[in-house]
Design a protein around this ligand. Structure first.
Ligand SMILES: *Cc1c(COP(=O)(O)O)cnc(C)c1O
Length: 339
């Protein structure tokens, strides 16, 4: 909402004037015929940025992840995935409901990774009793945590040794790359498919690009059609994505600095326990009895937050350092009054 400091998610950003101008000026065509030059440019650009042969634009990350799952697995196959992963926990069971693919969830460790010995033990033998284990699905960032390359070297070596494909849900891959000081391509290398959202910290109104080999993207194009995600003059959206890749990647460092500023400010407030900032996210523990009152107080002060016992606050390009300071003051005001 205009005038509010919205810390609910980095999906709340509205397209900037420059992004809207790029959308207005976009050259378009019917993308189902492959005719939209702006969509083609975005797909090629993301593929090149991440070191893959081809890319495919989707309306959402949920659909991109599901199409990837359908491109790697047949009915009755299985994917290994973290309990906290978006592709398992936050996509309404789409893999099971729409693709007849069974998840094999494993607990995420505190750093967001999966224990690779547990992954290996979860791979089913080739036996008629079992689903066929086909895919390892990982995520970066996960819950805001940027996972360094070394982990993926070990995970991808395991996947290769055991004949599993590997998918990376990189909805916030550029946040991870900026936080770790590496190229996004270095984090994407070795995966068979990678999904990157344009509609989170990158600030586009919609859109996710899946990258992979030409063969993988051919299968994903069919899956996207099944899922109803093939769009027509989608260059309007692709132009926003191209603008985001050009203007909004390096500046993610500001979001990370603002998250650190927010965490430091909140940590000064007695009554709150604050976890160290994770890229553009801060997790704050609020006493159960104060959750409802805090939410109402913040709303009155113009701060939008999804307040719960463990409250996630997210920074993004519509929140600057001054807004962070006002948000901290709103929290401080509540706990000062609550004594
Ligand atoms: C947001 C998100 C997605 C996809 O979300 P949509 O809202 O469907 O675009 C996928 N994975 C992760 C980790 C996300 O944060």
């Amino acid at each position: 909402m205009a005038g509010h400091i919205d810390l609910r998610s980095d999906t709340v950003t509205r397209p900037s004037a420059g992004m809207r101008e790029a959308m207005r000026a976009a050259e378009v065509g019917d993308d189902v015929f492959g005719d939209d030059p702006t969509v083609n440019r975005l797909q090629d650009r993301m593929a090149a940025l991440l070191g893959f042969e081809a890319g495919l634009l989707f309306p959402s990350g949920t659909q991109s992840n599901l199409a990837a799952l359908m491109s790697h697995c047949q009915r009755g196959d299985e994917y290994i995935v973290g309990q906290e992963a978006h592709t398992y926990r936050y996509e309404a069971g789409g893999g099971a409901v729409l693709a007849s693919v069974q998840p094999q969830p494993l607990a995420n460790r505190p750093d967001g990774t999966l224990d690779l010995a547990e992954v290996e033990a979860a791979i089913k033998p080739d036996d008629a009793h079992f689903a066929r284990t086909r895919l390892l699905a990982l995520e970066n960032t996960i819950g805001g945590r940027a996972i360094p390359r070394a982990y993926f070297d070990a995970a991808l070596a395991l996947a290769k040794r055991r004949g599993l494909a590997a998918h990376l849900d990189g909805a916030r891959l550029f946040n991870a790359a900026v936080a770790l000081g590496v190229d996004a391509a270095a984090l994407a290398r070795g995966f068979d498919s990678v999904s990157v959202c344009l509609s989170k910290g990158l600030g586009a109104p919609a859109g996710t690009v899946l990258v992979g080999s030409r063969g993988l993207i051919e299968r994903a194009t069919r899956a996207r059609k099944i899922l109803g995600g093939a769009m027509r003059q989608a260059g309007i959206l692709a132009a926003a994505g191209l603008y985001a890749l050009e203007h909004n990647v390096a500046r993610l460092a500001e979001d990370h600095a603002n998250a650190a500023r927010l965490a430091a400010g909140l940590a000064q407030i007695p009554g709150l326990r604050v976890e160290p900032a994770r890229t553009n996210m801060v997790f704050v523990h609020v006493p159960a009895g104060q959750v409802a009152a805090l939410g109402a107080h913040l709303a009155r002060e113009g701060v939008l937050a999804l307040v719960g016992p463990r409250t996630r606050l997210v920074t993004h390009l519509d929140v600057d350092a001054a807004a962070i300071d006002r948000a901290v003051a709103a929290f401080r005001g509540f706990f000062a009054a609550a004594g």
